[in-house]
Design a protein around this ligand. Structure first.
Ligand code: C2E
Ligand code: MG
Ligand code: MG
Ligand code: MG
Length: 278
């Protein structure tokens, strides 16, 4: 508890700090239970190829509604899970679900890659690559159906840790693809572009949301797309909400888009309707 950790200092903690610590402790406790009972859910958001108009992949996003504390959004959940180490368990849960889903779809003639989000902490585990490959084998999922999204923060830290790079390359050799998420928001270091086996650039939604208002942003995104293409990467724009954004992005040569314009994150069934309905 706070008292044990801080001794007498509890009296100096402001009420809000105390409340925040308390919420974190409650989330940790409830999350442990949810993981044991597999009470987390996965929603899928489609990624659309602008050339063909086909949905080619879906991103798996964690959802959690707890009986006692209600909905805990990923933006609150993930940082706490990273801090407490529970992210590794969320990661394996998401991976297994994603693989099962990809196989179920493939067996139904639906050809979709499933993309999962990964934290650098998961790759600090020296057995990460092996456990991913084990899960693929266990679920009968071809590696080519799995995509792994890492953030710029992940990339920056991985740069200094050879065992992470090694594991990523091992997975790449097996046919798994890596995407760089939230591109442009983090710590711009072009060195990791040389070191890491990244195939997809996901331009962060904050750029897309100001695309139509700012000529500067337009030139910036145009440049980001050209940079990605010159590196032989697939460039995807996140957070596309309206048609005009899609049209501009297409004119820049952007390969694919994800966002509310196509669909919010949804249940697998709805992905199937979209896939067969086009
Ligand atoms: P992300 O990986 O960049 O995922 C995209 C986020 O943007 C999702 O939020 C999605 O619902 C939201 N989004 C998609 N299209 C639009 C749009 O058109 N407009 C707006 N305003 N938002 C859009 P979500 O699901 O709340 O997830 C937030 C972040 O939490 C994710 O950002 C990712 O970094 C993290 N996250 C989610 N699930 C997992 C997970 O299973 N593992 C890990 N490590 N991180 C996860
Ligand atoms: Mg992502
Ligand atoms: Mg993102
Ligand atoms: Mg994000």
């Amino acid at each position: 508890s706070v008292r044990e950790a801080g001794g007498d200092s509890i009296v100096s903690l402001s009420k809000t700090t105390h409340k925040a610590l308390n919420r974190k402790a409650v989330i940790e406790k409830r999350l442990l239970l949810a993981l044991d009972q597999k009470n987390l859910k996965v929603l899928y958001q489609p990624q659309l190829d602008l050339k063909t108009g086909n949905i080619t992949a879906v991103e798996a996003l964690v959802r959690w509604e707890d009986e006692e504390i209600g909905v805990v959004a990923p933006d609150e959940l993930i940082p706490i899970a990273e801090e407490t180490g529970l992210i590794n368990r969320i990661g394996s849960f998401m991976l297994e679900r994603a693989c099962e889903q990809a196989v179920e779809w493939r067996n139904a003639g639906i050809n979709l890659k499933v993309s999962i989000n990964s934290s650098v902490r998961e790759f600090r585990d020296k057995n990460m690559a092996k456990s991913i490959l084990d899960t693929l084998a266990k679920t009968n999922c071809p590696p080519s159906l799995l995509q792994i999204e890492i953030t710029e923060k992940f990339a920056l830290e991985a740069e200094a840790e050879t065992s992470i790079i090694k594991q990523m390359r091992q997975l790449e050799n097996e046919g798994i693809t890596f995407a760089l998420d939230d591109f442009g928001t983090g710590y711009a270091s072009f060195r990791y572009m040389q070191l890491l086996p990244i195939e997809i650039l996901k331009i962060d939604q904050t750029f897309i949301s100001s695309l139509l208002q700012s000529e500067k942003t337009q030139r910036l995104i145009d440049g980001m797309v050209k940079f990605g293409k010159s590196m032989n990467l697939t460039v995807l724009a996140e957070g596309v909400e309206i048609e005009e954004q899609k049209d501009l992005l297409k004119s820049y040569g952007c390969d694919s888009i994800q966002g509310y314009y196509i669909s919010r994150p949804v249940e697998p069934k709805e992905i199937e309707y979209m896939y067969s309905g086009k």
